[in-house]
Design a protein around this ligand. Structure first.
Ligand code: NAD
Length: 512
C-alpha cells in the first residue's frame, strides 16, 4: 500500500518482533542455529537463524513415531479424536497468532491467513466426527453361515511433506485425519515456512500433554529436500503424503513406489474457467479476479487460464483489466491490501519470463506485470497481477507459473472450450460460468472437465474441507481432506467368518 506515494511496509525488525511474540504466546522457542533461515517475503530479509534436522534427527523422529504408532493404533478412535478436538480448540484460541506467522512467512493477506487457520479448525471438527465414523462394510457372503466384512485399521507412520503456500492448512488436513485414523505423523514442512510449522507442532504438543496422548505421535523435521528424502526412502514410513510441485512429485512418487510404499501426491495445477455466453458477468468478474489474483497467484488452485466465448471476450477483458488496475498491492497486514508479495524475487523472475515468452508467442499484456515497492523493499517481490490475452494455448500457457498471470483464450463452441480446458498436463481445479443447465451438466459429465475439482458459477480456488481435495494427471491423483479421503490413511482388511460349523469352500471347490 502506498500513502501519498510513500510506501509503508513493516520493517524486518517489526516483523521479527511480531513473529517472536506469536511464538511466545503459543509457547514455542525456535531452535537457534545457522543451518536454515526463517525469512519473510514482506521485506525479503532473514528473521532468525534456525537449526535444521540432521540425519540422526530424522532417524530418531521416524523411530519415535513408529514406536508411538504401536500404542496409538490400539487407542480407540473416539479417544484419538479427543487429541484432535483439543488441537482445534487451541487453534481457535491462537487463530491470530498462527495467522500472523502465515502472513510473515508466506505473505498472505490478513483475511486469507485467518482463512487458512479457519480451514485447520474446520478439518479438526471434521476429523473428530470421523473418529466415530471409520466405517467398514458388511458384504453378502455366497456361503451359508458365513459373514463377510471389511475392517479399516491404522496404517503406520505418515510422512507429510508440504509446500510453502499453505504452510499450516495442508499439514492439518493430513495430520488431523491421520491421527484419528490411528497413524502417527512425521512432518517435513517447506524450508520457507519453518516458524509456522514450529507453531503447529507446539500446539499439537500442548494438545497431547493436555489429553494424555503420547507426544511422539507427531514429529517435526526442519530442513530442505534432503530431509524430505529420508521420509521418502524409509520403509517405516507407510504413507508419504507430499504436496508441492510436479517436479517434486516426479522425484518422490517413483522412489516411494520402488520400496512398494504408498504415496499421496498433491501437485501443481494449471486451472481454467470457461465463461459461456449466458454467464452472469458481475459474478464471473469478481470470482475470476479473486481466483486469479488472490494469494498473489500462489495457490495450487489459482486460476491461470480463462476460456471465454468469442462474443464476450472483448467486454469481459475490458472489465477485468479495469479491476486489475485497481488491485491494491502491498503490505499484507494492511486491511486494504488485496495482493501481498510473491514468495521470492526468483518467483518474480519466473513471472517475468512467462510474460516475455508469452509475448514472443503472440500474446498481449493487457494489465499489470510491473514490479511494485522495489525501492521500499529491494529484496522483496511485490508485483501487479498480470492479465494476458493469448492467441492460442501455446507451450507457456500449458505450464504452471506460480505467480499471478492469467491468460485469456477464446472459443466458439463448448466442445472447443472443453478441449482447450483439458489440453494441459495438469488436472486440479476447473469452473464454468453459465446459466445454461445443459452446458453446466456437460462440463461436469465424463466428457467435460478432466479435473479433480469441477465447479459451476464459482472460481477454481477456495475449496471447502468437506470435499475430497486433489487432482488428476500431473497433479498426482491424490485426495486429501474430506469425503472418504481418510481411506488413504488406513489399511483395509477383508474378514471371512465361518459360523456354520461345516467347511464350505468358495466357488464350490471340493477338497478333502
Ligand atoms: P516444492 O515442490 O518446491 O516443495 C514442496 C516440498 O517438497 C518442500 O517441503 C520441499 O522441501 C520438498 N521437496 C522438494 N523436492 C523434494 C524431494 N526430491 N524429496 C523430498 N522432498 C522434496 O513446492 P513449493 O514451491 O513449496 O510449492 C508450490 C507448488 O506446490 C506449486 O506447484 C503448487 O501448485 C503446489 N501445491 C499443490 C497443492 C495441491 O494440493 N495440489 C497444494 C499446495 C501447493
Amino acid at each position: 500500500m502506498t500513502t501519498a506515494d510513500q510506501p509503508v511496509l513493516p520493517s524486518t525488525d517489526e516483523l521479527r518482533a511480531r513473529a517472536r511474540a506469536s511464538l511466545e504466546r503459543i509457547g514455542v522457542s525456535p531452535p537457534d542455529g545457522a543451518d536454515l533461515a526463517a525469512r519473510t517475503p514482506l521485506t525479503g530479509e532473514d528473521l532468525f537463524g534456525l537449526a535444521a534436522s540432521g540425519p540422526g534427527d530424522a532417524e530418531r523422529a521416524i523411530e519415535a513415531a513408529h514406536e508411538a504408532f504401536l500404542a496409538w493404533r490400539a487407542t480407540p478412535a473416539p479417544k484419538r479424536g479427543e487429541l484432535v478436538r483439543r488441537l482445534g480448540e487451541l487453534l481457535r484460541a491462537h487463530k491470530e497468532d498462527v495467522a500472523d506467522l502465515v502472513t510473515v512467512e508466506a505473505g498472505k493477506i490478513r483475511s486469507e491467513a485467518l482463512g487458512e487457520v479457519q480451514e485447520m479448525i474446520d478439518i479438526c471438527d471434521f476429523a473428530v466426527g470421523l473418529s466415530r465414523q471409520l466405517y467398514g462394510r458388511t458384504i453378502a457372503s455366497e456361503r451359508p453361515g458365513h459373514r463377510l466384512a471389511e475392517t479399516w485399521h491404522p496404517l503406520g507412520v505418515v510422512g507429510v511433506i508440504s509446500a510453502f503456500n499453505f504452510p499450516a492448512a495442508v499439514w492439518s488436513w493430513n495430520t488431523a485425519v491421520a491421527l484419528v485414523c490411528g497413524d502417527t505423523v512425521v512432518w517435513k514442512p517447506s524450508e520457507l515456512t519453518p516458524l509456522t510449522s514450529l507453531a503447529c507442532d507446539g500446539l499439537l504438543a500442548r494438545a497431547a500433554a493436555e489429553t494424555g496422548a503420547p507426544r511422539a505421535v507427531h514429529q517435526l523435521l526442519l530442513g530442505g529436500r534432503d530431509v524430505g528424502e529420508r521420509l521418502v526412502d524409509d520403509p517405516r514410513v507407510a504413507l508419504v503424503s507430499a504436496t508441492g510441485s510436479t517436479r517434486m512429485g516426479r522425484e518422490v512418487g517413483p522412489r516411494v513406489a520402488a520400496r512398494l510404499g504408498r504415496s499421496l501426491l498433491e501437485l501443481g495445477g494449471n486451472n481454467a474457467a470457461v465463461v459461456a455466453p449466458s454467464a452472469d458477468l458481475d459474478l464471473a468478474v469478481r470470482s475470476i479476479v479473486f481466483a486469479a489474483a488472490g494469494t498473489a497467484g500462489q495457490r495450487c488452485t489459482t486460476l491461470r487460464r480463462l476460456i471465454v466465448h468469442r462474443d464476450l471476450a472483448d467486454p469481459l477483458v475490458e472489465r477485468l483489466a479495469a479491476a486489475y488496475g485497481k488491485l491494491p498491492v502491498g503490505d499484507p497486514f494492511d486491511a486494504r491490501t488485496l495482493v501481498g508479495p510473491l514468495i521470492s524475487t526468483a518467483a518474480l523472475d519466473r513471472m517475468r519470463e512467462t510474460i516475455a515468452r508469452s509475448e514472443k508467442e503472440g500474446a498481449t499484456l493487457l494489465a499489470g506485470g510491473e514490479r511494485r515497492l522495489a525501492d521500499a523493499a529491494p529484496h522483496a517481490a511485490y508485483v501487479a497481477p498480470a492479465l494476458v490475452r493469448a492467441p492460442e494455448q501455446t507451450a507457456v500457457v500449458r505450464e504452471e507459473t506460480f505467480a499471478p498471470v492469467l491468460h485469456v483464450l477464446t472459443y466458439d463452441t463448448l466442445e472447443e472450450a472443453i478441449a482447450l480446458h483439458n489440453g494441459v498436463p495438469q488436472g486440479l481445479s476447473s469452473s464454468i460460468f453459465t446459466r445454461d443447465q445443459r452446458e453446466a451438466e456437460v462440463f461436469l459429465s465424463p466428457e467435460g472437465s478432466d479435473c479433480g475439482i469441477t465447479n459451476v458459477n464459482i472460481g477454481t480456488s477456495g475449496a471447502e474441507i468437506g470435499g475430497a481435495f486433489g487432482g488428476e494427471k500431473d497433479t498426482g491423483g491424490g485426495r486429501e481432506s474430506g469425503s472418504d479421503a481418510w481411506r488413504a490413511y488406513m489399511r483395509r482388511a477383508t474378514n471371512t467368518v465361518n459360523y456354520s460349523g461345516t467347511l464350505a469352500l468358495a466357488q464350490n471347490v471340493s477338497f478333502l
